[in-house]
Design a binder for this molecule. Structure first.
Ligand code: TUI
Length: 307
């Protein structure tokens, strides 16, 4: 399938993998790129040397295009912004902020820049700043989220900009892919579905929680602090939501979740850790290779889009 996104990035299928913190490393990113999508390494809160090594390992495993996601709240965001230029990384995506200050250096280095936006206003600003495409991410997504759903955000962003729009949030199969195209997207980004892939290195307990999740098993914590985060419900989210209702301080809330994602991803502590997941977890029922996932989604979508 040829779309504005496959043309822009030189990839076979218009499917990107989300830059999931602690999850999206070289093994997952190279598997998605080798399967014809765009794999992404998440820089998250990691320092320069760690991300540099991840880029090297990814290049060892694939000669296809891949990207690095820069989480703009990271204390190392500036270092990683420089690293992607030094390493001539083909694609950069950004999240959780406005990458405006870095755009010029990335564009001058010939990097394709694709910021995640959660509003029409930021999408327009990114287009003015030279972005090659935008990812319109709805609040069905896991992790740090905005306000609007994918269903309302994607068509409004598609109307507002002339660069390609990639839909993210709540997409997990060929139906979601086809729906995104109907809303004006040129491709999709998926996180939760790839999280349970064979090549994804998260602890099996984490994958099992996602595979067993039902439609209404995610919750959003942190609305009161201005950092809403969607995760699967567990002991910690229950306590967090109680604390928020009681008006506990920012520090008390932070203390509950600090290091929680690492605990879930690496130690498999899914009862107390932070099990970030999108709402589409309820639909994700099979652990497969990234290639099987991508090919299945494309077959479903192509059949639907021909109707
Ligand atoms: O970034 C994400 N998802 C993430 S980052 C992350 S690590 C983290 N953990 C705890 C707290 C904070 C971060 C886990 N999940 N998705 C992309 C995304 N970006 N979603 C929403 C946005 C966004 C929101 C507002 C982007 C820009 C924005 O406005 C920026 C501005 O200044 O106007």
């Amino acid at each position: 399938m040829k779309t504005a996104l496959t043309e822009l990035l030189g990839i076979r299928y218009p499917i990107m993998q989300g830059g999931m913190a602690w999850v999206a490393e070289h093994s997952l990113a190279s598997a998605v790129s080798n399967a014809g999508g765009l794999g992404i390494i998440a820089a998250a809160n990691a320092p320069y040397d760690y991300v540099k090594e991840e880029i090297r390992k990814t290049r060892e495993l694939t000669d296809r295009p891949f990207g690095v996601n820069i989480m703009l709240l990271s204390p190392y965001a500036e270092d990683i912004a420089r690293l992607v230029v030094e390493e001539k990384v083909p694609v950069v995506t950004t999240g959780a902020g406005n990458p405006g200050p870095y755009m010029k250096q990335w564009k001058e280095a010939g990097i394709k820049v694709i910021p995640v936006v959660a509003s029409v206003a930021l999408a327009k600003m990114m287009q003015r700043g030279g972005a090659d495409a935008v990812i319109a991410e709805g609040c069905e997504s896991g992790g740090h989220i905005g306000e609007a759903t994918t269903m309302v955000l994607v068509p409004q962003v598609a109307d507002a900009v002339s660069i390609p729009v990639i839909a993210a949030g709540g997409i997990g199969d060929g139906r979601g892919f086809a729906a995104a195209m109907m809303l004006g997207a040129s491709g999709v980004q998926m996180g939760t579905r790839f999280l349970v892939s064979d090549e994804c290195v998260v602890h099996q307990n984490y994958k099992d929680r996602v595979l067993r999740a039902k439609d209404i098993d995610t919750v959003v914590t942190g609305r009161s602090t201005g950092h809403p985060v969607r995760t699967l419900r567990n002991r910690t989210t229950r306590k967090y939501l109680e604390y928020e209702k009681e008006g506990k301080s920012f520090e008390e809330l932070e203390a509950l979740t600090i290091g929680g994602l690492r605990k879930a991803v690496q130690d498999g502590d899914v009862d107390y850790g932070s099990v970030m997941s999108g709402q589409i977890a309820g639909l994700v029922k099979k652990q497969q290779s990234c290639r099987e996932m991508i090919e299945e989604i494309m077959q479903e979508a192509e059949a639907l889009l021909k109707i």
